[in-house]
Design a protein around this ligand. Structure first.
Ligand code: IMP
Ligand code: MG
Length: 171
C-alpha cells in the first residue's frame, strides 16, 4: 500500500490559520473545544495554537466515539466510549478530523446538547460531501475532498499512519 501526498504540512498550517481567523470572527470569546478522539488530536493541537495567535483562549477537552472498525468502511453505529466533559451551559466547538457519512457528527452534536451545551458549532479539517448519508452542518471546514481514503496528520488506517506530518491518499 502506498500513500500519495494530498496536503503538505505548509498547506495544512496555512489553512488552519485561516480557520482560526474564521472561528475567532464568529464565536463568542469564551468557549470549550470538544475534540473527537482519536483522529483529531494533531488537528486540535495545531488549531488551539492558531486560535491563541488570534487572541482566543478556549478550554480543551475530548470525547471518544466509536464507529469505525479496522477497515475503511464505517460500521454506521456510533457509540460513546468513556465520559463526557462538563459542558452544561458552555459554548462548544466540536472538532473532528473528517466528516464522512455525517453520522459521527450528528451523534456528537446531539450528545452535547443532551448534556446541556448552550450552543454548538462544528469544525472539521476534512469534509467528504459526496459521502453524506445524514444531514449535518459543519460551520468550519478545512478542505473539501472527493471520495478518497486519507491518512496522516493524526488520521489512521487500521491504526497506521497517524504519525505522518502531511495528509495523503491511500491507494
Ligand atoms: P462518519 O460518521 O461516517 O462521518 O465518519 C467520520 C469518521 O470516520 C471520521 O472521524 C474518521 O475517524 C473516519 N473516517 C472517515 N473517512 C476517513 C478516511 O478517509 N480516513 C480515515 N478515517 C476516516
Ligand atoms: Mg474519527
Amino acid at each position: 500500500m502506498s500513500v500519495r501526498p494530498l496536503y503538505s504540512e505548509a498547506q495544512i498550517a496555512a489553512r488552519i490559520d485561516g480557520l482560526a481567523r474564521d472561528i475567532a470572527a464568529k464565536l463568542p470569546p469564551d468557549f470549550t473545544i470538544v475534540g473527537l478522539l482519536t483522529g483529531c488530536f494533531v488537528f486540535v493541537a495545531d488549531l488551539i495554537r492558531a486560535l491563541d495567535r488570534t487572541g482566543l483562549r478556549p478550554q480543551v477537552s475530548f470525547i471518544r466515539l466509536n464507529s469505525y472498525g479496522k477497515g475503511k468502511e464505517s460500521s454506521r453505529l456510533v457509540r460513546l466510549t468513556g465520559d463526557i466533559p462538563e459542558i452544561a451551559g458552555r459554548n462548544v466547538l466540536l472538532v473532528d478530523d473528517i466528516v464522512d457519512t455525517g453520522r459521527t457528527q450528528l451523534f456528537a452534536r446531539n450528545l452535547l446538547r443532551e448534556h446541556g451545551a448552550a450552543q454548538v458549532w462544528a469544525c472539521a479539517l476534512l469534509d467528504k460531501p459526496q459521502r453524506r448519508e445524514v444531514e449535518t452542518v459543519t460551520e468550519f471546514i478545512g478542505f473539501s475532498i472527493p471520495n478518497v481514503f486519507v491518512v496522516g496528520y493524526g488520521i489512521d488506517y487500521a491504526e497506521q499512519y497517524r504519525h505522518l506530518p502531511y495528509i495523503g491518499v491511500v491507494d
